[in-house]
Design a protein around this ligand. Structure first.
Ligand SMILES: CC(C)(COP(=O)(O)OP(=O)(O)OC[C@H]1O[C@@H](n2cnc3c(N)ncnc32)[C@H](O)[C@@H]1OP(=O)(O)O)[C@@H](O)C(=O)NCCC(=O)NCCS
Length: 174
């Protein structure tokens, strides 16, 4: 059983609750945040649907959705880890942060924690994708130990246009 709260040196990852809407929605509705994502900018209903889904399925054992907060409880983003193939012990993860907190190493800390959590869940391979132009996210993934494996052509249909994705992965020690 994985603890519901994961603590890094500077951050807490915990389950979302309904009260998180107030700080989460301004982030998910921000076009600067969703520029490279396959969702958003969110309407209030979209963010509510995300929170509803997180409370339904985001507590494991195969899908985890966490609020990322500072130790004082200030919400600054979200992180997700999903076991995509239990049989092959494969998982994927993602993250997003409040732009006011960018450039302080927080996403790298989150990504490294997600890889460690995947390992503690017994995963053998962990994957993440990002938009080819999302240089900050690609760097975050490299710093978390993932390697660029390929460019997936027309991987996503986003707001009416096809987008490639970069596939990053790490093979974890058993
Ligand atoms: C991508 C994102 C998570 C990065 O968060 P962050 O907390 O600023 O990331 P970090 O500070 O941990 O590290 C960013 C790294 O990228 C580098 N970087 C930032 N912008 C860059 C750019 N335009 N080109 C190249 N490198 C860049 C930083 O220098 C840093 O690397 P370094 O530590 O070697 O100097 C954040 O910008 C975000 O939430 N974006 C919106 C949502 C999103 O795109 N999520 C990822 C979907 S795949």
């Amino acid at each position: 059983m994985v603890a519901m709260i994961v603590t890094t040196s500077r951050l807490h990852l915990r389950a979302f609750s309904a009260t998180d809407f107030a700080w989460l929605h301004p982030i998910t509705a921000n076009p600067a945040v969703t520029r490279y994502t396959d969702w958003g900018p969110n309407t209030p209903a979209d963010t509510q649907a995300f929170l509803d889904e997180a409370s339904r399925t985001g507590s494991g054992p195969e899908e985890f959705t966490w609020a990322v907060t500072l130790p004082d409880g200030t919400g600054i983003g979200s992180a997700g880890l999903q076991v995509t193939s239990p049989r092959n012990r494969r998982a994927s993860f993602g993250y997003m942060l409040d732009p006011a907190r960018w450039g302080q190493g927080y996403a790298s800390e989150v990504a490294q924690t997600l890889v460690a959590t995947a390992q503690s869940l017994g995963m053998h391979r962990v994957e993440a994708t990002c938009h080819p132009d999302n240089a900050a996210s690609a760097r975050v993934l490299e710093k978390a130990g993932l390697t660029l494996e390929s460019q997936l052509r027309d991987h996503l249909l986003v707001r009416g246009a096809w987008r490639d994705s970069l596939l990053f992965a790490a093979v974890l020690a058993d």
